[in-house]
Design a protein around this ligand. Structure first.
Ligand code: EPZ
Length: 433
């Protein structure tokens, strides 16, 4: 097991380039199953979730080759429909295979994913959409079996109690592109990652109108062909590095992101008083000066609202800014596992239902803390960068799921941060074996 050790207090400076988006890459990899021809994916990030998804494609019978760094070729000539529990339980996002299997094979037999620390991860909307398409959906022994032999185009309202569903939308799109007839998806997710999937599918011959809007119109086609697609940049990674600059009073330029994908986030950063220079549509510079910053209220919402995947990282910075800030989670109301760990570092935060009430202006102090999920681990590292003294972040396997060489790249910006074996931790910090 590895840990990250940080000595806080250094202001970050320099330039960082953004990798391909994890949350685009997973459905894009699933989409390669929709054709027997070869699909080439470029700008694929080197992440544990991505490597795992590639193993799952191979399990289904696809041939997957790493052509060059970041470039993968997938040929799913002859595939099977079964996705076992031992794979799905390790990465619940593998449910994004459901739509691709239904689209290509007209059937799927996939283990139902469980929840995770950020909350229950239901798939009722995914299954509602497939049922509306005329699929028969059955549950048995923790598996979902879908028979789409009689599927047809239909109208589906896909909105749920928390708004749209990213993976639910991706699944329904992948099922509908090869389903006879016209499918209307209302209250579709508008996230850039869903738009990227639509772009790849259109390059494969799919007929999709309304991409980027909450109303998609999909006309089923007989078959899809191969493609050569470049994964869009990771807006969540970009926002995390911009916050690293803001929280350390540093000056960092982030290259390669699509600024318009960060609208709500940049708006909140600006409202908090962080100095932002948009150098060009793919380059942003942040100059942090916490003495000029002020508290803000954030509500997470589906895109184009403030991304839930950036709230933990933003809350780390708000603990330092004098005044009361509020963060309300409308997507995952329990997504506050980072809060008790930030409190160990001296943060003054109270949780009232879906809202974190942050009494900012404290001086964080380094401490041994425990990562609980991907974005919480990033938040704890950001807090460590600003804290006085030494912070040890344990269970950083969570971090590696969504950030490529996060520690090394922060070090390249001047952070005092290193990845060590857990045995390097002082004795009384170490987790029981
Ligand atoms: C995607 O998860 C992302 N993961 C998440 O990022 C992200 O937080 C989330 O979208 C919201 O933006 C990937 O893309 C792999 P949803 P997803 O379906 O698709 C409820 C990260 O840190 N819902 O958009 O699983 C659900 O409970 C990860 O990178 C239903 O009620 O999320 C949630 O409250 C974490 N029924 C809300 O909708 C359903 O059938 C949004 O979920 C489906 C979802």
């Amino acid at each position: 097991m590895e840990v990250v050790r940080i000595i806080g207090g250094r202001s970050l400076a320099g330039t960082i380039s953004i990798s391909g988006a994890k949350n685009a890459c997973l459905p894009l990899l699933a989409a390669t199953l929709l054709t027997s021809e070869t699909c080439t994916l470029r700008n694929v990030p080197n992440l544990s979730d991505v490597r795992f998804m590639i193993e799952i494609l191979r399990h289904h019978g696809a041939q997957v080759v790493n052509d060059s760094p970041g470039t993968w070729k997938v040929t799913a000539a002859d595939i099977q429909p079964h996705t076992p529990y031992e794979l799905v339980r390790k990465m619940r996002a593998s449910i994004c295979l459901l739509g691709a299997l239904v689209g290509r094979l007209r059937m799927a037999d996939i283990a139902q994913p469980g929840g995770c620390v950020i909350g229950p991860r239901p798939i009722d909307l995914h299954l509602k959409g497939l049922t509306r398409l005329g699929c028969s959906v059955s549950h048995k022994n923790g598996y979902i079996t879908v028979d789409a032999t009689k599927a047809h185009g239909a109208y589906v309202f896909l909105g749920g109690r928390h708004g749209s569903t990213m993976t639910g939308t991706s699944n329904l799109i992948m099922a509908a592109v090869l389903t006879p007839g016209v499918t209307h998806i209302d209250s579709a997710a508008c996230e850039p990652e869903v738009v990227d999937l639509c772009r790849m599918l259109q390059a494969m011959g799919a007929r999709i109108d309304g991409t980027g809007s909450p109303r998609l119109v999909i006309t089923g086609v007989e078959k899809l062909h191969g493609c050569d697609h470049t994964v869009l940049p990771d807006r969540i990674e970009a926002g995390t590095y911009l916050l690293a600059a803001a929280i350390t009073d540093g000056e960092v330029t982030v290259n390669g992101a699509v600024n318009e994908h960060l609208g709500a986030f940049l708006d909140k950063l600006d409202e908090a008083g962080v100095s932002i220079d948009v150098i060009n549509p793919a380059s942003i510079r942040v100059r942090g000066d916490r003495s000029r910053c002020r508290p803000v209220d954030i509500i997470t919402l589906p895109h184009p609202g403030f991304a839930t995947d950036l709230q933990a990282q933003f809350s780390a910075m708000l603990t330092l800014i004098p005044g009361i800030s509020l963060i309300t989670e409308r997507i995952y109301p329990n997504r506050f596992m980072h809060v008790p760990e930030l409190q160990r570092m001296g943060a003054d935060i109270a949780i009232e239902g879906p809202t974190a009430i942050i009494k900012g202006g404290v001086r964080l102090s380094g401490a041994p803390v425990m990562a609980s999920d991907l974005r919480a681990s990033a938040a704890l590292i950001l807090a460590g960068l600003a804290a006085k003294g030494e912070t040890w972040v344990q269970r950083i396997y969570h971090l590696d799921r969504g950030y490529e060489q996060f520690d090394k790249r922060l070090a390249s910006l001047g952070a005092t941060i290193e990845r060590l074996d857990a045995s390097a931790m002082p004795g009384d910090y170490r987790e029981e074996e």
